[in-house]
Design a protein. Structure first.
Length: 277
């Protein structure tokens, strides 16, 4: 069964009420989990970047914008309670060691390594030592980068799943390169999912599942025209419902590969093969 994660990320725009709406949508659509992003802005970005001008609903600098998109630990406590009420697991991709340690208090079932953090060895070790099942995105990375990360998780005996990904927002469909799913699976002898950042049709996610992806992650939003860098590459509620529906149907269509004569075939067999007896 394909594990489907609705990536809320920062599409809540710092508003807990939007976060709750997106959680409810993911639950109703039949997703297996929702995911957020957590970072200490002052540690992840340099002062030069944070001081750069950028107009946003929260101010006129990069710092204002990035701080505006972050949720507090108190707000994550609210999310934790709300997800338990809705009976849907939640987890976070942290972008720094301090945030990863802070989030341990919530005892979430899964961890996530963002593509941007794949080469952050200290963070990878901090995540791996928790020994939670971890989804590892592989965008903008070489096979050597991925191999180093895999070695860390295997050293700590931490269960993991790679996720084929592309780090452009949005991704060009011709750059999806879904054949890499089988390449990664064969090279690293592990499960491989797909984390999509494309716009429009969810055909790429469906194709990924047909090619053996064991998990699918897509960003979701209330409205793709909302403020935010990730909104345009996200699925609105209707698209999410259709994606989950079709992914579940694919599981039925693919089957188990065992040859059998179905009960529904027996009348045809009896009728059409009489001439041979």
């Amino acid at each position: 069964m394909v594990f489907i994660t609705a990536e809320i990320g920062i599409n809540h725009n710092g508003d807990i009420s939007i976060a709750k709406k997106l959680i409810e949508i993911a639950k109703n659509a039949g997703c297996d989990a929702v995911k957020f992003q957590k970072r200490d802005v002052e540690k992840v970005y340099s002062k030069e970047i944070l001081n750069q001008p950028r107009e946003s609903p929260w101010g006129t600098t990069q710092r204002d914008q990035k701080l505006g998109l972050e949720l507090s630990l108190k707000e994550y406590s609210t999310i934790d309670k709300y997800c338990k009420k809705k009976r849907i697991p939640w987890f976070v991709s942290c972008w720094d060691v301090g945030s990863q340690i802070q989030m341990r208090k919530f005892k979430t079932k899964y961890n996530k390594v963002a593509s941007a953090m794949l080469v952050h060895n200290k963070l990878l070790k901090t995540i791996a030592e928790e020994k939670k099942y971890t989804f590892i995105s592989t965008g903008m990375s070489t096979l050597k980068d991925i191999e180093k990360a895999v070695k860390i998780f295997r050293k700590f005996k931490c269960p993991f799943e790679l996720m084929h990904s592309h780090s452009a927002y949005p991704m060009k469909p011709e750059e999806a390169n879904l054949k890499l799913i089988s390449v990664l699976k064969n090279k690293f002898k592990c499960k491989v999912g797909y984390s999509g950042h494309e716009t429009g049709s969810y055909l790429i996610c469906v194709t990924a599942a047909l090619l053996g992806a064991t998990s699918i992650e897509r960003h979701i939003t209330l409205d793709r025209t909302m403020y935010g860098s990730d909104q345009a590459a996200s699925l609105e509620p209707g698209g999410l419902f259709r994606l989950v529906r079709d992914l579940r149907e694919i599981e039925n269509i693919i089957g188990d590969g065992k040859k059998r004569i179905w009960d529904s075939e027996l009348p045809a067999k009896e009728k059409l093969r009489q001439i041979l007896t």
